[in-house]
Ligand binder design. Structure first.
Ligand SMILES: [Zn+2]
Ligand SMILES: [Zn+2]
Length: 115
């Protein structure tokens, strides 16, 4: 899916223009990148819609279903990825990588009870 494009005029200092020319930096690419960076999380860099949801796993575009950013799990600090899931761990928001750690804690408690 390709978004229609348009021409925008912008005014920049001459020295900056010369610098960009010298560096061979494509102005269209530069403008697109800079604009997206300045508004990160507000507009989708894939489909350019603004229907973005802030969920525990990260930021997702509801129009094209692409992830814009992944958070790290607040409990085990693991980074979320495309395949990772969010799950409830004792009333807190955890992730797929959490359970092993939680199981260990439970075993420790049982050990204390048996003594
Ligand atoms: Zn999108
Ligand atoms: Zn976790």
């Amino acid at each position: 899916m390709t978004e229609p494009k348009c021409l925008v005029n912008c005014t920049i200092p001459v020295k900056l223009r010369d610098f960009l020319k010298e560096k061979g930096i494509n102005r269209s690419e530069l403008f697109r990148k800079a604009a997206l960076r300045m508004t990160e999380g507000e507009i989708c860099p894939y489909c350019y819609n603004t229907n973005i949801d802030d969920v525990p796993k990260g930021l997702i575009c509801r129009d094209c279903d692409k992830w814009l950013k992944f958070n790290s799990c607040p409990l085990c600090k693991a980074n979320h990825n495309l395949m990772s899931g969010v799950r409830d761990i004792n009333g807190k928001i955890g992730c797929d990588a959490c359970p092993e750690e939680e199981e260990k804690k439970i075993n420790v408690v049982f050990g204390d009870v048996q003594r």
